[in-house]
Structures are given as structure tokens and as C-alpha cells.
Design a protein around this ligand. Structure first.
Ligand code: SF4
Length: 676
């Protein structure tokens, strides 16, 4: 029996475990890493089953080319030649910006680095993005503006020393289970807990205060809390005067958000808003925790700004047990952003529009680089549907299930002249691809992943890939070489060495230094110990900036034709588009089919019974799912997880985008329900 220490392939918590393999090289199980600072000898159900999908018979094992509607197996050289010929041919005919590259928060830092290098240096376009566009692009925009860095400010260990945790828009025990446990441990130790969520999530049972505000009304709630804190004189005046700017604008901006006005917007009793403000302000150390309940709105960046304002107002930054703590979804969504798999930045958020940064990368890679920031993933879908993007390479993503408004995504992908997908399993997106390349999964390759607390850590190869499947980094090196760029990396460690030389925040990261517990960036040089807490002495941007925001309603609210508000999200047993968890026997057994949560009073009104199939329709599509009658959702709201292709929540969701971050409004749209 062999045991290989590696990083969990699911959520951004970043647990480590040992993959156990038998003498035949088959995975037999998982054992948590007892000494790891996050895992601490525990895993959630997904972590315990992270070996289960690896040898599933559906694994892609050979390159496949679609001819006359039929997939035919081909060899790697022919497949890579064809891929390069198609992409370079489209770029030559229609210009490099007619191409789009979609990277992945599931692949390693090194692979994200190589794909963004391929897009920019190989094919001459900044049209590179990944699924952070759909989860935390609002965080990056909002926090860079207010604090100077778009990442979680503190560490997971801070839960052990905080006095209060304010969880807003995060179903933490289901989406980041080990962080959820840490919050529950903190409550048991005596920390206070405020939960703001329209659903009765598990954390709400343990909260001092559960605020069930209307989806999409977070700005009003947060502004109302800040106004009350100012009314009570509970702001941190010393912190505000020494470490922040633009405070007068904040004071003016929140002035109209009286408890009564906020109550009208949020549906909360005015006294709850006052209580939340007082509870929060009285804590000497308070952590704000949020996730996609905050970010996935057409005003997601404003939500993030409001959270940042609240932390600045109360001096809850730069100290242990405080901070603005966005919980990153997939295991490498932080790293994919850090690696510049974004249309406007290179690695370490160095801007492509900055001539000095462009010159630096241009010199390192030996080519001229494009100056104009590229398309966001969501805009690229619109551009493809309009015939402006003509060729697309997708690495390890399944936009047919993960993007909003599935009908539009299908139209966009079907209109492309050429679509290639690199993945480990067939998906709803590979179904539309002309070329499918089989990839190694996390257990079959080396690489690094960056967790939600900015911890860069190793993933290690435990077994060989099936058939002809290859690690993504090798596939990308072969393409770089076809573009005439040197890419003779012996292994991912050499790719990280190149990345570190170009990325100040990763300057001290190297494979030997990551043995053990990894390192938290910024880690600028080989002697630096890493940074558990950001903004200690000063903010990354110098002073923290108050950025006042006004309340804007969601783009599409319930009306007479579509009377229910649709909320979407994840469940404990499944992950993202289900390509891995639905192929894990135990996880699939626990939750087999698409469902919709409906309040019992609404169900009664519409004559819907428990487990009955119901039809759910929005202005964009119709799906069917099994009814779950529960008061977890408030009356007037339904909740559908987006893991299930046969009842795809994103056939219904609205692709109304935040104007700054381009994130779709996954958390609010209008639907109607009826028995099938
Ligand atoms: Fe994996 Fe996240 Fe579960 Fe940890 S909490 S075992 S990282 S899915």
C-alpha cells in the first residue's frame, strides 16, 4: 500500500489527504492529513470520496475528433496539429481576438500559467478567463478598489481567536464543510454568530441572530448596519483617521438607510437591523465571511464594497480574528486568478494595460504582447452567439451547465467555427466539441493549488493516467511549441520557477519550500515566511478606501407571470457541474436527482406534493425537478442546486451581468412552478 500526500480536488478550503493506492497502482481510499493546518485529521464527505471517480469507466482515454457528427479516435500528434492549425487559422483570418481561451479553477497553478501564456504569447489575444468570472470576480474588483488586494485578508486559523463571525451569503457547512466546522467550534468556544441568509441554512440554528433578508437586498442591510453604528458612535475613529480615506462620503452615503427604510427593502423587522449593527460593533474582533450569496448579483461588486466598508468602519482588518473573508469555491480558483487566467492581468494581478508590466512579460517570453484587455468569459459567450468569437479552447470547464442562461450558451457554442475541450470526462460541453482531448486528473499529476486563505500547496502524482490521457501542462507545452515558443519544462516545478520570477507575490515560492504546509502569499523572496494576515501595517493600496454604494434592485424580480424568486446554489454531496461527484458511487447514492425546494405553504397553494415532479419555468427556459417541501426556503422563494444536467438550474437563470465584474445574477430571477 502506498500513501501519497496531496490536495483535495474539490473546494477552496484546501484540505490535504493521503491517497492510498494498492500494489496494482489502483486507488483504494483516502486518509486525512493529521498535521495539516486545515484538515487537522478531518475531511468532509467529498474529501473522503475524492478517490472514487478516478477510475470511473467514463474517463476520456484518447483524443477524439468529431466528423459528420460521429466521434473518431485519433492520435495525439494529429489532434494537436489540428488544434493548432484551427486556432491559428481563425486568428489569421479574423484576428487573434476572434479566439477565446477558458481556463479552469480545477487545474493547477502551473497549468493556468501555461494557458494564459499560450493565449497571450502564442495566439496574441488577452481573451483568457475562467470560472472565477462566475463566482468571485466581484470580490476581485471590489476588494482591489477598497483594500488593494482581491483575496481573503485573514487565515482560517483566525476562527480560533475571533469574538464574532458574520456569515453573509455563504452556506458554509455545505460548501466549505471544514470551515463550517471551524465556525461551529468557534461558537462552542463562545464566539457570537450572525447569519444573513434567506434560507434556514444549518449555521442559522447556531446563530445569535439569523437575518432572513430578501435575496439581493444585502447593500441595504449592510448600509443600514453602518448607519446604526454611526448613530451609536460605535465606529473605530482611530482606525478611520489613521488608516482610511473617503470616510465623509461613506457617512453621507449611508445616511438615508434608516432601520425603517432598510426594513422595506430587506423584509426584516427594523429592530433586527439595529441588533445586528450593535452585536457586530461591540465585538473587539469580528470576521466577515461571505461567498456567492454576495457575489452572484448584477450588483455583486457593490455588495463586496459594502462589506469592505463595514470592516473599515469598525477597524476589523489587519489583526488576528478579523478580516474580510471571501470563501473561494473551487480548489484552485484563487490560484487561477493569481496566475493571470483573467482578461486584464498577468500573474500577480499585474495589469496588461500597464506598459511596464507588458514589457516585462514581453521580454521574458520573447514576443510582442497585445495591449487591450480581453473579453470576460460571460462577454465571450455573448460575442460567440453574435458570431464575433469563432474559435474556443476550453480547459476543464463545463460552461453548458455552469454559465447562466443555458439556451444562450448552447447557441454560442454551436455557432463557433471550432470548439476544442480538454477534460477528464465527457460533459454537456464536450458534446458540442469538434475536438476532445483526454486529460490526467488531479491524482495523476504534480502541480500546485492555492487555497482560499492564499496557501500555495502541492498536489502530487499518485498513479498513472488511463489510456492516452495526459497532464494538461504537457498538452499546453505541446501547443506552445507549435506556436514557436520554447516550452521544454522538465516538470511543473520548472514552470513554477518561471512563474515566481515574474510574480512578486509568488517570488519566494518554490517546490522545496512547499513541502509540509505550503506557503501563504505574498511571499516575495526565498527567505520570506509567507503572510497569514494581509494589511497589517498598511493596506496593499496604502490607505483603505471607503467606497459608498447605493441600493439597486435585482434585474428581474417576481411578477404576476413568474411569481417565485429562484435562488440557486450547491449541496453538501455534489460539486459544481457534477462531473466528478455524480461519478462517485457514495455521493451519487446520497443525492441522485435534481430537486427544487418549495415552501409547504406555496406547495399547498399549487397542489404540489413531496417528491412530485414539477415544471419550473423562467423567461429563458423550462426544467423539471422533484419537489422537496421545506421551510428552509421562505414562502415565495424556490431553491435549485445547479449540479444536475437533467434539471439544469442554469436553463432558468438570468444572464444579467454586473457592469464591472461581468458576473451573472445567479441568485435572483423570476420563475413559475406547476405540477408536471
Ligand atoms: Fe475537500 Fe473542501 Fe471537503 Fe476539505 S472541506 S475535504 S477541501 S471538499
Amino acid at each position: 500500500m502506498n500513501a501519497t500526500l496531496t490536495t483535495c480536488p474539490y473546494c477552496g478550503t484546501g484540505c490535504n489527504f493521503y491517497l492510498q493506492s494498492d500494489v496494482n497502482g489502483r486507488l483504494s481510499g483516502v486518509e486525512p492529513a493529521g498535521k495539516h493546518p486545515t484538515s487537522r485529521g478531518q475531511l468532509c464527505i467529498k474529501g473522503w470520496n475524492a478517490h472514487a471517480f478516478v477510475d470511473h469507466p467514463d474517463r476520456l482515454t484518447a483524443p477524439q475528433l468529431r466528423r459528420n457528427g460521429q466521434l473518431q479516435i485519433t492520435d495525439w500528434n494529429s489532434a494537436l496539429d489540428l488544434l493548432h492549425d484551427k486556432l491559428s487559422g481563425i486568428a489569421a483570418q479574423y484576428g487573434p481576438d476572434s479566439l477565446m481561451f477558458l481556463s479552469s479553477a480545477k487545474v493547477s497553478n502551473e497549468e493556468n500559467y501555461l494557458l494564459m501564456k499560450l493565449a497571450r504569447a502564442g495566439y496574441g489575444t488577452n481573451n483568457i478567463d475562467h470560472c472565477a468570472r462566475l463566482c468571485h470576480s466581484s470580490t476581485v474588483t471590489g476588494l482591489v478598489e477598497t483594500l488593494g488586494s482581491g483575496a481573503m485578508t485573514n487565515s482560517l486559523s483566525c476562527f480560533d481567536e475571533t469574538g464574532l463571525i458574520f456569515v453573509i451569503g455563504s452556506n458554509t457547512t455545505e460548501q466549505h464543510p471544514l470551515i463550517g466546522s471551524r465556525i461551529l467550534n468557534a461558537v462552542q468556544r463562545g464566539a457570537r454568530l450572525i447569519v444573513a441568509d434567506s434560507r434556514k441554512i444549518r449555521l442559522a440554528r447556531h446563530a445569535d441572530l439569523h437575518l432572513r433578508q430578501q435575496n439581493g437586498s444585502d447593500v441595504a442591510l449592510l448600509n443600514g448596519m453602518m448607519r446604526q453604528i454611526l448613530q451609536d458612535g460605535q465606529e473605530d475613529t482611530e482606525f478611520i483617521s489613521q488608516r482610511t480615506e473617503n470616510f465623509a462620503a461613506l457617512r453621507q452615503g449611508v445616511e438615508k438607510f434608516t432601520p425603517e427604510y432598510v426594513a422595506q427593502i430587506t423584509g426584516l423587522p427594523p429592530e433586527q437591523i439595529v441588533s445586528a449593527a450593535r452585536l457586530f460593533a461591540q465585538a473587539r474582533r469580528a470576521m466577515i465571511v461571505y461567498a456567492m450569496g454576495i457575489t452572484q448579483h448584477s450588483h455583486g461588486v457593490d455588495n463586496v464594497r459594502a462589506i469592505s466598508n463595514l470592516a473599515l468602519l469598525t477597524g476589523n482588518l489587519g489583526r488576528p480574528g478579523t478580516g474580510v473573508n471571501p470563501l473561494r469555491g473551487q480548489n484552485n480558483v484563487q490560484g487561477a486568478c493569481d496566475m493571470g487566467a483573467l482578461p486584464d492581468v498577468y500573474t500577480g494581478y499585474q495589469r496588461v494595460a500597464d506598459p511596464a508590466a507588458r514589457q516585462k512579460f514581453s521580454t521574458a517570453w520573447g514576443v510582442q504582447l497585445p495591449e487591450t484587455p480581453g473579453l470576460m468569459a460571460t462577454h465571450a459567450i455573448e460575442a460567440a452567439a453574435a458570431g464575433q468569437v469563432r474559435g474556443m479552447l476550453i480547459l476543464g470547464e463545463n460552461p453548458m451547465l455552469s454559465e447562466a442562461n443555458q439556451g444562450l450558451v448552447r447557441k454560442a457554442l454551436e455557432r463557433l467555427d471550432f470548439l476544442a475541450v480538454i477534460d477528464i470526462f465527457p460533459t454537456e460541453t464536450t458534446d458540442l466539441a469538434e475536438l476532445i482531448l483526454p486529460a490526467a486528473c488531479y491524482a495523476e499529476k504534480d502541480g500546485t493549488f492555492t487555497s482560499t486563505e492564499r496557501r500555495v500547496q502541492r498536489g502530487r502524482k499518485a498513479l498513472e493516467s488511463p489510456g492516452a490521457a495526459r497532464p494538461d501542462w504537457q498538452i499546453l507545452c505541446a501547443l506552445l511549441q507549435r506556436c514557436g515558443l520554447p516550452a521544454e519544462y522538465a516538470d511543473p516545478a520548472e514552470i513554477m520557477t518561471e512563474t515566481a520570477t515574474l510574480t512578486p507575490s509568488y517570488g519566494g515560492i518554490s517546490y522545496p519550500r512547499l513541502e509540509g504546509m505550503g506557503l501563504q502569499w505574498p511571499c516575495p523572496d526565498a527567505e520570506h515566511p509567507g503572510t497569514p494576515i494581509l494589511h497589517r501595517e498598511q493596506f496593499t493600496r496604502g490607505k483603505g478606501r471607503f467606497s459608498p454604494v447605493d441600493y439597486r434592485p435585482s434585474a428581474e424580480l417576481p411578477d404576476a407571470d413568474y411569481p417565485f424568486l429562484l435562488n440557486t446554489g450547491r449541496t453538501y454531496f455534489h460539486w459544481h457541474t457534477g462531473s466528478m461527484t455524480r461519478r462517485s458511487h457514495l455521493l451519487d447514492r446520497e443525492e441522485r436527482q435534481a430537486f427544487v425546494e418549495i415552501h409547504p405553504a406555496d406547495a399547498k397553494k399549487h397542489r404540489i406534493k413531496e417528491r412530485q415532479q414539477v415544471k419550473i419555468s423562467s423567461r429563458r427556459g423550462t426544467i423539471a425537478a422533484a419537489a422537496q417541501l421545506t421551510d428552509r426556503v421562505p414562502a415565495g422563494q424556490v431553491f435549485i442546486p445547479f449540479h444536475f444536467a437533467e434539471g439544469a438550474a442554469n436553463a432558468l437563470t438570468n444572464n444579467a451581468l454586473d457592469p464591472e465584474s461581468g458576473i451573472p445574477e445567479f441568485k435572483v430571477c423570476a420563475v413559475r412552478i406547476e405540477p408536471c
